[in-house]
Design a protein around this ligand. Structure first.
Ligand SMILES: NC(=O)c1ccc[n+]([C@@H]2O[C@H](COP(=O)([O-])OP(=O)(O)OC[C@H]3O[C@@H](n4cnc5c(N)ncnc54)[C@H](OP(=O)(O)O)[C@@H]3O)[C@@H](O)[C@H]2O)c1
Length: 249
């Protein structure tokens, strides 16, 4: 398919995992893709895999100044956006009594505040009919121990999809969320758990997935592309859950 031929798409956190799978799928369908991330080497590798037309911009999704710089870099490249996948996110888990203000701020700065101000900075660059997709999580809906801050940050995105859609629809822009269940990506190595705890957590999660496996990044990317394409023009301010039934059955 070539649903994104002649279109430009930004994928934040496009250097790894779900973001890279989405960036690749957009590029394979003809889009000019802009990706972001903090790690320069990972960004370079991803950009090479996406082809000569792709643009990589180093950026910290937890910084409002960096959000504005990203918008300026896209503007300077003469790009106007037809879709944005607000995907860059951090997943750190900790039991409630151990959470301190710095932990809360690090998660909310990237996952919620950064997402909000990134979208605001991009507004002048959005084409009419543009679609914004945010990466949520089923953690917003289930009471998983130790996930309180992460889950709350993702719940904020589900709320933002509604309010921002209400404000942006007059410009023809809609906002939705894709909420994945467990997906096999490098994220799990970044949870802050040691190897034994990681293995135990993975086994616990797996036991809760009705389809009996983790999802693949491509399985989230296909929903992102659906929400980003005009074919989903009647889907506004809502969420699609892609979780192998984990939050549903
Ligand atoms: N994997 C899952 O099971 C799962 C489930 C539900 C939701 N999600 C959500 O999916 C999104 C992507 O996660 P993933 O599983 O694909 O993880 P991943 O493979 O670790 O990818 C995360 C991406 O985000 C970027 N990123 C993280 N913090 C950033 C920051 N402050 N500024 C700029 N870029 C940043 C990373 O690049 P750098 O590290 O180089 O900055 C990387 O490109 C996250 O929002 C996550 O919450 C994942």
């Amino acid at each position: 398919m070539t649903r994104f031929q002649g279109r430009s798409v930004l994928v934040t956190g496009g250097s790894s995992g779900i973001g890279f799978a989405a960036a690749k799928a957009f590029a394979d369908e003809g889009a000019r893709v802009v990706i972001t991330g903090r790690d320069a080497d990972a960004l370079d590798t991803a950009r090479t895999q996406l082809g000569a037309n792709a643009l990589a911009v180093r950026n910290d999704a937890g910084s409002i100044a960096s959000a504005r710089e990203l918008a300026a870099a896209i503007d300077a490249a003469g790009i106007r956006l037809d879709a944005v996948f607000v995907n860059a996110g951090t997943a750190k888990f900790a039991p409630f009594p151990e959470v301190d203000e710095a932990f809360w701020d690090a998660t909310f700065n990237t996952n919620a505040k950064g997402a909000y101000f990134q979208i605001q900075a991009l507004l002048p660059l959005l084409n009419k009919g543009a679609s914004i997709v945010m990466n949520g999580s089923i953690n917003a809906h289930i009471g998983m121990p130790a996930s309180s801050v992460y889950a709350a940050s993702k719940a904020a995105l589900i709320s933002l999809a509604k309010t921002l859609s209400a404000e942006l629809l007059p410009q023809g822009v809609r906002v939705n969320v894709v909420s994945p269940g467990p997906v096999q990506t490098p994220l799990y190595g970044k949870l802050g758990l040691d190897a034994a705890a990681l293995e135990a957590t993975a086994a616990q999660i797996l036991a809760q997935v009705p389809v009996g496996r983790f999802g693949k990044p491509e399985e989230i990317a296909s929903t992102v592309l659906h929400l980003a394409a005009p074919e989903s023009a009647f889907i506004v301010g809502t969420e699609i859950i892609v979780d192998g039934g984990m939050s549903q059955l």
